[in-house]
Write a protein of this length. Structure first.
Length: 256
């Protein structure tokens, strides 16, 4: 095997001293007029300078396994936040729900393919979130911010497979700068909410979208050839979970 072939077969796990187990890292930003829960099992609490009103960010303690365990950890936090003593809790344009997809098992080419799929589906899935997320400066889709793709293109041109793009890129809807720091692709599009089912549906879709695209297609060319051949509706049916597809199919139809 040639040296270049060996390099292309390496996964992002080689960048880290210890491989991170689990599939998804979750973050929920919350504000409240009074103090919020200081500790919830499975979650750590962090301050966030972008939040107001006693705002905090809840972050899962490590990555959680996709499926039942993801649902359970979300429900544990939501159930705590719904307690009457926290009735001043609020969500607004500053609060959001972020999902980190563990990409340490992917090669650079698989990450590029997954990223392209994410940008392709952004205009559809953003409609699942609350209206204030669409066009929000802290989670702009690629079609709303040309610099996102320009940064990505620059990284490819420089053979920089961490796709950082600087501090500005980390506030895009699909944040690639976390790849070099954590080995993840961070999706920031979803609104902050205390609805277990909606948050779980979103997390499941992010997992499905990146996992499916990175294995179904060998490279981005295959993805876009499939898009040209079968159209946005058929490709979306592959890349999105049935729940997300049904919720957003009206917007997908408009794009055909």
């Amino acid at each position: 095997m040639k040296t270049t072939e060996k390099a292309e077969s390496l996964t992002y796990s080689c960048m880290f001293a210890k491989k991170t187990p689990g599939d998804l890292g979750l973050e929920l930003e919350v504000e409240g007029i009074s103090d919020l829960p200081g500790k919830v099992s499975g979650w750590s609490v962090k301050t966030d300078g972008s939040l107001r009103n006693h705002g905090v960010e809840y972050v899962t303690e490590g990555a959680v396994e996709n499926g039942t365990k993801t649902y359970e950890v979300i429900d544990r936090l939501v159930s705590e936040l719904k307690k009457p003593k926290y009735d001043t809790i609020m969500f607004n344009t500053r609060t959001s729900f972020h999902v980190h997809y563990n990409a340490q098992n992917l090669t650079p080419l698989q990450v590029i393919t997954a990223a392209m799929a994410g940008w392709l589906e952004e205009p559809m899935i953003i409609n699942y979130a609350q209206d204030h997320r669409n066009g929000n400066n802290f989670c702009l889709c690629a079609h709303q911010a040309e610099g996102v793709l320009k940064n990505f293109e620059s990284s490819l041109s420089n053979n920089a497979h961490t796709f950082g793009g600087g501090d500005g890129a980390k506030y895009s809807g699909q944040n690639m700068s976390t790849l070099g720091r954590f080995g993840t692709i961070e999706n920031r599009l979803m609104s902050g909410e205390i609805d277990t089912d909606r948050l779980y549906t979103w997390a499941q879709n992010i997992y499905h979208m990146y996992s499916t695209s990175s294995t179904l297609y060998k490279n981005p060319v295959e993805l876009f050839n499939d898009l040209e051949s079968r159209g946005p509706m058929s490709v979306a049916r592959e890349l999105l979970t049935p729940e997300m597809f049904n919720a957003c199919k009206a917007y997908i139809k408009d794009m055909q």
